[in-house]
Design a protein around this ligand. Structure first.
Ligand code: SF4
Length: 399
């Protein structure tokens, strides 16, 4: 069984864990920030390049993001991700000072004077915890402008739920009070990091750092759902599902897996992949950043959803489509109208009023979205729904 290596999850795992600043300071909290506050932004960027941390959603090197940052950007921490099956960000928000420290370090590197923690409005407990943590960090002078110049302000921005706000133009528009839509022109003045990425920052820059880790949220039909942290690439999908998360409930059969979360394809349990000269089963694929893009998938945000034969697949697809249809911004017609049609069709099928042509129509609709939408969310939605309808077409057919 692969060995877990909890860095980001370490304190959350402790029975006596407390989210307050005194507890965090007693565990050498804010030490890495203090150390790098006295260093230049350039040396901080160089240290990050040496550490090799990658943005957890895209796999882009954090050092590259920092190098390409606009002048005096706004730093946004995207705690707005709540696709079905991904509970990782919400878990990490319960250790708010780890995230605040990482965000302050990132702000120093890119020259940001303002950090927005962009959090979903329905995460009320986490919002309260984070607001209190920011005020505590302010009381200790970690947050806020410094007398001699420098320092960084931070606040929580409560978002209403739109996937486009995970994209630079969208979140920038939302923060200034405009309708969040993608922009085809200009340059954003925002740098975005995910929650996990900023939580990793202090660990990869600490003196004792040796290993890059990744947090995975495993859910669905496994016996031990939860968040687990491992060195990058140290385990396979099969080990994560069966050895770490306990595998399926005895007697149940695996039907499909979202190995990279619902913003990517659902894959059949028996799928084989060509990896160089080898044919590799789904279970043998390493959980790293580089393998999955070769297979037309992305590592996404590190959530794995297991679908066994005990669940009602129609309900899963309808629930997912409801999420997609409410998250779109409505900017482009194929995504706006396509998601509405798909949602209506799936609800009709769920009510037992499906038509023989529905499956082919849904596949055609998702095909027509691909390449005709303005942001990655539309592509992700098309991929996700297309894969589900293809994989579970018999469950969707009306007899
Ligand atoms: S693809 Fe969808 S979410 Fe993205 S810009 Fe178009 S309508 Fe908005």
């Amino acid at each position: 069984m692969p060995l877990e290596y909890p860095l980001v999850l370490k304190h959350l795992r402790e029975k006596a864990f407390k989210p307050g600043i005194e507890a965090y300071l007693s565990l050498e909290g804010y030490q890495v920030y203090r150390r790098f506050l006295e260093a230049s932004a350039e040396s901080l960027k160089q240290a990050m390049r040496t550490a090799g941390l990658r943005e957890c959603g895209t796999g882009v090197l954090v050092a590259d993001i920092w190098d390409r940052a606009p002048q005096k950007p706004i730093l946004v921490i995207n705690a707005h991700v709540s696709e079905p099956g991904n509970f990782k960000d919400r878990t990490l928000l319960r250790d708010p000072h780890q995230m605040i420290e990482g965000a302050l370090i990132a702000a120093h590197a890119v020259g940001a004077e303002q950090i927005y923690f962009y959090v979903r409005s329905d995460w009320t407990a986490e919002i309260k915890l984070l607001e209190a943590a920011i005020e505590d960090a302010r009381a200790y002078c970690f947050v806020g402008k410094l007398e001699g110049g420098g320092g960084c302000e931070a606040c929580v921005y409560v978002g209403g739920g739109a996937a486009i706000c995970g994209e630079t133009f969208g979140v920038e528009a939302a923060i200034v009070g405009c309708r969040p839509v993608p922009s085809m022109m200009g340059h954003p003045s925002v740098v975005i990091h995910s929650v996990e990425t900023v939580c990793q920052v202090k660990h990869v820059l600490s003196v004792a750092h040796e290993t890059l880790t990744r947090v995975f949220a495993v859910g669905g039909g496994v016996q031990r759902p939860g968040c687990y942290e491992f060195p990058c690439g140290s385990l396979t999908l099969g080990e994560l599902i069966y050895d770490v998360a306990g595998g399926l409930v005895p007697g149940r059969k695996l039907r499909g897996v979202f190995p990279c979360g619902v913003f990517s394809k659902c894959v059949a349990a028996e799928a084989l992949f060509a990896l160089g000269p080898r044919q590799v089963s789904l279970y043998d694929l390493p959980m790293d950043f580089d393998t999955w893009p070769q297979l037309g998938l992305s590592m996404g945000r590190g959530s794995v959803i297991v679908i066994d034969d005990a669940v009602n697949v129609r309900s899963i697809i309808v629930n997912l489509m409801r999420f997609f249809a409410t998250e779109i911004c409505g900017f482009c017609v194929p995504c706006r109208e396509g998601s509405r049609w798909l949602h209506q069709m799936l609800e009709r099928i769920q009510r037992g009023e499906g038509r023989p042509s529905d499956v082919e129509l849904m596949l055609s609709l998702t095909d027509q979205m691909r390449g005709r939408v303005a942001c990655p969310f539309g592509e992700f939605m098309a991929d996700s729904v297309h894969s589900l309808v293809t994989l579970f077409r018999e469950d969707l057919k009306t007899t």
